[in-house]
Design a protein around this ligand. Structure first.
Ligand SMILES: [Zn+2]
Length: 198
């Protein structure tokens, strides 16, 4: 099951705060026995992390069932767009925070490819955010209301999460809702959660 990753992404932490927030959560997870401090590269296929924490003696506290052995918990810091599913790299839609209109990039199920004319400016703004973290270039303009808003303020599907801190549970059985809620509480921010396959 090492090809599966369940990911919890902090949607609000800044890159500057991410390392401290990550350390705080790892302290908690070590105290709970979910992971240990030791890391290695076994079963970690992340684009942005090479190693993950080994499971701790109480790792089953984090999951719904212990049907199979867990892999590693990789902690990813730095501004990235995190995608669920099987490596798709485009968002399906985003919702304008100003007028709540949904802009659709991929017209499922009619199409599996984004409408480039609509998606390209959003993708460019995401790339600008990843590179710089702020500024005019990170804004995307809503076709409905004409307001340009930073991409981090747009509402994205959970499968396309913009964040500077991610917890990637490689090969773990499904995480328990209460565990994810506890992790989210410790971060003190909104989070997105999705499943990826690599
Ligand atoms: Zn709008």
């Amino acid at each position: 099951m090492g090809d599966y990753v369940e990911r919890v992404v902090d949607l609000e932490v800044t890159q500057e705060e991410a390392a401290e927030a990550a350390a705080r959560v790892i302290d908690w997870l070590v105290a709970e026995g979910v992971v240990i401090r030791e890391t290695d590269a076994t079963g970690v296929y992340g684009l942005h992390a090479d190693e993950g924490h080994l499971p701790g003696p109480q790792w089953t506290r984090a999951v719904v069932h212990d049907g199979w052995g867990p892999g590693r918990l990789a902690v990813v810091t730095g501004r990235h767009h995190h995608v669920g599913g099987q490596g798709e790299d485009d968002a399906e839609y985003a919702v304008c925070p100003h007028c709540a209109t949904r802009t659709t990039f991929i017209d499922h199920p009619a199409s599996f490819e984004p409408d480039e004319a609509v998606w390209a400016p959003f993708r460019a703004a995401v790339e600008a955010w990843e590179a710089t973290g702020g500024g005019e270039a990170t804004r995307a303009t809503c076709a409905a209301c004409g307001v340009a808003t930073p991409v981090t303020d747009w509402q994205w599907p959970d499968e396309y999460a913009l964040g500077a801190l991610s917890f990637d549970f490689w090969g773990f059985p499904p995480l328990a809702d209460a565990f994810v809620a506890g992790l989210t509480r410790r971060l003190g921010h909104r989070t997105a959660r999705h499943l990826g396959k690599f």
